[in-house]
Design a protein around this ligand. Structure first.
Ligand code: SF4
Ligand code: SF4
Length: 273
């Protein structure tokens, strides 16, 4: 049986620790400059999309429509969002220019990590397993490995702003590693749509909160409401709580007492004190 990439990496790739050293410099002037910014699968996390749409000053809906492939919402565990490459001969990334990445400060996690990758044998947040860094492909045509600057893995992460991305993506990762998904269950089409909207289409999610009956159903502090109205990061954090409430029935949001009372009356039960 052919091994998956994940199996190959877990079995064969050397594990790097924060102190492991490697040599790498990606710079203009190398004959391979920008060659890697094309014909590549780049999965985007919710925080990647937040940063990219913000720097491009467009709505999340416009970003998703213009720069990502339509997500497959049914038939897989969770919706995946992939950056859409252009239709030219090199299948170029829409953000590559002769000068390099035009959204460099807000480039996605995967572009920051390169030439490092992350692999994990964990199947849930609670199970043991290793999570480790590895060098993606030292034998490739990437010239950055030749005569590059010496880095430790920790130095590279700091230089590339990886810690901030990991921190922002942690609640998302926790959700994707929930036992429901680990046991192989996926989301049905409606929940898949909701997951996609909440994680990726933040501007529409904000509208849903403020222009629907959402606020009539949940008790949300004024301070939190102010924050999620104004800041995408706060909205995304709130979205993760909403997902845990709606997908896993966790008590991350509070239903308003009048809604609960109404429901109890409907069911012919006494009202709560
Ligand atoms: S050095 Fe490597 S990462 Fe940099 S442009 Fe060349 S191929 Fe891409
Ligand atoms: S987002 Fe930037 S760094 Fe990433 S592939 Fe596109 S041009 Fe290259």
């Amino acid at each position: 049986m052919v091994k998956s990439w994940k199996e190959v990496i877990l079995k064969e790739y050397p594990r790097l620790s924060p102190g492991s050293k490697f040599r790498f410099s990606c710079r203009k002037g190398l004959s391979c400059f920008t060659r890697c910014c094309g014909d590549v699968n780049i999965f985007l996390s919710p925080y990647d999309v937040l940063r990219m749409k913000r720097t491009l000053k467009i709505t999340s809906g416009k970003f998703l429509q213009k720069y990502t492939l339509p997500p497959i919402l049914a038939g897989q565990k969770l919706p995946m969002v992939l950056l859409r490459m252009k239709n030219d001969a090199r299948k170029s990334c829409p953000f590559v220019t002769p000068e390099g990445c035009s959204i460099y400060e807000d480039r996605p996690w995967a572009c920051r990590m390169y030439p490092l990758g992350m692999a994990s044998s964990k199947t849930s947040q609670r199970t043991d397993g290793e999570e480790f860094c590895f060098i993606v492909d030292e034998e490739s045509s990437c010239l950055g490995f030749k005569d590059g600057q010496e880095w430790t893995v920790a130095e590279w992460w700091k230089d590339q702003g990886i810690d901030e991305y990991n921190k922002k993506n942690e609640p998302y990762k926790d959700i994707t590693l929930h036992r429901l998904f680990v046991e192989g269950k996926g989301l049905g089409p409606a929940k898949s749509q909701m997951f996609y909207l909440t994680c990726y289409d933040l501007d529409r999610f904000r509208k849903l909160i403020f222009n629907s009956s959402f606020l009539k159903r949940f008790e949300i502090e004024d301070e939190v409401l102010k924050e999620i109205k104004k800041y995408d990061e706060a909205l995304l954090d709130f979205g993760f709580k909403w997902l845990r409430f709606s997908l896993f029935a966790e008590k991350t949001l509070k239903i308003r007492s009048d809604v609960v009372e109404g429901k109890m009356k409907e069911l012919g039960l006494d009202s709560i004190e």
